[in-house]
Design a protein around this ligand. Structure first.
Ligand code: CDP
Length: 228
């Protein structure tokens, strides 16, 4: 049997990291962890409690409640994907809205929030055989990952993909708002002090602006096979 490795996929927002990460996990029979879903769930919690909104962020109140926030993944038997649960409630759809996307980078910039979620992520990957995607997986969470990918694509391509995805889910969004969100999050995620989005020195960069889903999958699978 092949040895199990750790695969870290980082990159800018809406670069299709989770699409390829899910495909790889399925092919390799690895665990897939969408670390962004965890930051989104904490953000949703803060929104529900009235701790964060478009013009305010009551960080103190969020931190007071942080220990009581439970985030977990549970397999959805219909889709076979892992859905995000916040304090026992399935919030998979709620965390994907543009409202959450507009606030998540503010919440994710906080070091105490990050410390909590990074600890859970490390635990999930401690036995290897994991594909995790996010912003700091190759630089912070699994610095020793055998394979690190850094995904990129033009902002227009990314916004178009996300626009299509949300429209298909029936969300009422404009392309301009999505593009703004993508650009704003790129800025916030790359300039924050704690765990900014940067390419790990040993990561392989892939620009998938002109790659089909299949081409991208095959390219990364080949990189995995070289490590096994
Ligand atoms: O899927 P999308 O590219 O829209 O983003 P995501 O992976 O769901 O991540 C949402 C946000 O969570 C990012 O914009 C980051 O602010 C934050 N995040 C993070 O700080 N660290 C991670 N490992 C993953 C996500």
């Amino acid at each position: 049997m092949n040895k199990k490795i750790t695969i870290a996929i980082d990159g800018f927002s809406s670069t299709g990291k989770s699409t390829v990460a899910k495909e790889l996990a399925k092919e390799l029979e690895y665990i897939y962890v969408d670390s962004g879903a965890m930051y989104r769930a904490v953000t949703l919690f803060a929104m529900q409690e009235g701790f964060v909104g478009t013009s305010f962020f009551d960080l103190g109140s969020l931190l007071e409640k942080l220990a009581s926030i439970q985030v977990s993944f549970q397999i959805n038997t219909q889709t076979s994907n892992a859905d995000m649960y916040l304090n026992g409630i399935n919030v998979e759809n709620e965390i994907r809205t543009l409202e959450v996307s507009n606030l998540v980078s503010t919440v994710a910039a906080n070091s105490i929030v990050r410390k909590k979620l990074v600890a859970i992520q490390k635990e999930m990957g401690k036995n290897k055989g994991v594909v995790m995607d996010g912003r700091d997986i190759g630089t912070v969470v699994f610095k020793d990952a055998e394979l690190k990918i850094f995904m990129n694509a033009s902002a227009d391509t990314r916004a178009e993909r996300r626009y299509k995805e949300l429209k298909e889910k029936g969300q009422d969004v404009s392309y301009e708002d999505i593009l703004k969100n993508v650009v704003d999050r790129d800025h916030m995620d790359t300039t924050r002090v704690d765990s900014p989005l940067v390419k790990a020195e040993d990561a392989i960069e892939i620009d998938n602006s002109n790659l089909s889903r299949k081409e991208q999958f095959e390219m990364i699978l080949k990189l995995v096979q070289d490590k096994l």
